[in-house]
Ligand binder design. Structure first.
Ligand code: SF4
Length: 357
C-alpha cells in the first residue's frame, strides 16, 4: 500500500462569518495572515519536493470555513490545487467548512475541481450547546449539509468537540450517536482547549467555564472511539495537533491557556482502551492472575505498553500483574491475543522451588 501524505494549507478565519467561543483560528493554525494563490502554490511545490517516494498525496485546505471565503479566492485556490491533481502529482483535494456554508452551488464548484472529501465542523448535536458556543448554526444544518454532501458523491467527514461549555459526557455520547446516523466516513474528536484571545479564555478567567480535566477528557474520548470504531468510521484525529502554538500551557510560546492538553493525547486514549481490554480479560477469570501475555501487531505495541509504560506500571500497582508484550505481524492491527501465562498458584510454586534450592 502506498504511503499517504497530506499537504496542509491553512486558510485561517478567512471569510468565516462566525466567532465561536473557543476559536482563534489564527493562533491554532500558526498562520497570522491570509493566504494567496501564489503562496498556496509554493506550499504545494515545497511539500512535493520533499516527498521522494511513490505516495498517495492529498491537498487539504484546513481551518476557517473554506466555502465561506470569497468565491473568487475559492476558485483561485482550488484551481492551484486542481492543477497538481490534473498533472498526476496529487491524488485528491479535501476541504473543511461549516455546515451552514454548504449548498448546491457550492457543491457544484467543489465537484468541478474534483474535491473528494468535505469535512464539517459539527462540534455538538445539541442546539443549546451550539448556541452557547456561539456556533451560529444548528444541528439541523449539519443533517442537511451531511446528506447533500453524501448524495453528491463526496466523502463526508465530521469534527466534534468534547468539553464545550455546559456539555456533559451524555451530550457527547449523544452527539456521536447522532453523527453515526449521518454516516460519515471519518471523524475528528477534539477536546476543548482554552486558547488565548478567545471568548472562552474570558469565561475561564472569570470562572464561568471550567475545562475538562485530562483524565475525564480521555475517558469520554475512549467511549466515543469505541462507538465510531464499532461502526467502522475512521477516526482520523483525536486532540489538536501538537505545534509551537498548541503546546503545554506552561510553555511561554503556547497559545493554550488551560484544558486537557497532552502531547500524546491520542496515545492516552488508545492505550487506555488496551488497558481496559486487558483488565476486562483478567477480571473474567476466576483465578488470581500473576502474568498476562498480550500479542499484537507491532503497530499497536506502544499503545499496549502505554505512554511512558503507564499500562505496565498500572497493572503491576493495581492488580500485581506483570504484562508481557509479544509482537506478531500476522495479527491484524487493533486485534490481539491475550493469554494468561501465570496464575498466582504457579507463582507460589516457583517461589517454593526457589526456596527449596
Ligand atoms: S466556524 Fe470555524 S473558523 Fe469560524 S469561528 Fe467557528 S471554529 Fe473558528
Amino acid at each position: 500500500m502506498k504511503k499517504q501524505y497530506i499537504i496542509p494549507i491553512f486558510v485561517p478565519h478567512l471569510g468565516c462569518p462566525n466567532d465561536c467561543i473557543f476559536c482563534n483560528q489564527k493562533a491554532i493554525s500558526g498562520q497570522k495572515k491570509n493566504i494567496t494563490k501564489e503562496e498556496a502554490k509554493k506550499i504545494i511545490e515545497d511539500y512535493l519536493k520533499n516527498i521522494k517516494e511513490d505516495a498517495q498525496i492529498e491537498i487539504a485546505f484546513y481551518g476557517g470555513s473554506f466555502t465561506a471565503i470569497d468565491e473568487k479566492l475559492q476558485d483561485e485556490l482550488l484551481e492551484v490545487a486542481y492543477y497538481f491533481v490534473k498533472n498526476g502529482q496529487v491524488e485528491s483535494i479535501r476541504i473543511s467548512t461549516r455546515p451552514d456554508c454548504i449548498d448546491k452551488k457550492t457543491l457544484k464548484r467543489l465537484k468541478k475541481y474534483k474535491v473528494k472529501t468535505i469535512e464539517l465542523g459539527v462540534q455538538s448535536a445539541n442546539n443549546y450547546i451550539l448556541e452557547r458556543a456561539n456556533r451560529g448554526h444548528t444541528f439541523e444544518d449539519v443533517k442537511k449539509a451531511s446528506k447533500m454532501i453524501r448524495w453528491n458523491g463526496f466523502k463526508l467527514g465530521h469534527q466534534m468537540m468534547v468539553g464545550l461549555p455546559d456539555s456533559t459526557r451524555i451530550d457527547e455520547i449523544n452527539t456521536a450517536k447522532a453523527l453515526i446516523k449521518l454516516k460519515p466516513k471519518m471523524v475528528r474528536i477534539y477536546p476543548v482547549l482554552v486558547v488565548k484571545n478567545t471568548k472562552l479564555e474570558k469565561e475561564y478567567l472569570e470562572g464561568t467555564y471550567e475545562p475538562l480535566p485530562l483524565v475525564q477528557a480521555v475517558e469520554t474520548c475512549k467511549e466515543l472511539v469505541r462507538m465510531f470504531a464499532d461502526k467502522k468510521i475512521e477516526i482520523i484525529r483525536i486532540g489538536l495537533q501538537n505545534t509551537e502554538e498548541i503546546s503545554d500551557p506552561e510553555n511561554k510560546e503556547s497559545e493554550v491557556v488551560a484544558g486537557p492538553y497532552h502531547p500524546a493525547f491520542r496515545q492516552l486514549v488508545e492505550s487506555g482502551m488496551w488497558y481496559d481490554a486487558i483488565v476486562g480479560k483478567i477480571k473474567k477469570l476466576n483465578v488470581k492472575v500473576k502474568e498476562v501475555q498480550v500479542t499484537v501487531n507491532p503497530i499497536d505495541a506502544n499503545n499496549v505498553i502505554g505512554h511512558k509504560k503507564e499500562n505496565v506500571i498500572k497493572l503491576k500497582e493495581t492488580y500485581d500483574v506483570d504484562l508481557i508484550l509479544k509482537q506478531d505481524e500476522n495479527i491484524k492491527q487493533g486485534k490481539s491475543k491475550i493469554d494468561i501465562t501465570k496464575i498466582y498458584n504457579d507463582f507460589l510454586e516457583d517461589e517454593k522451588e526457589k526456596i527449596a534450592k
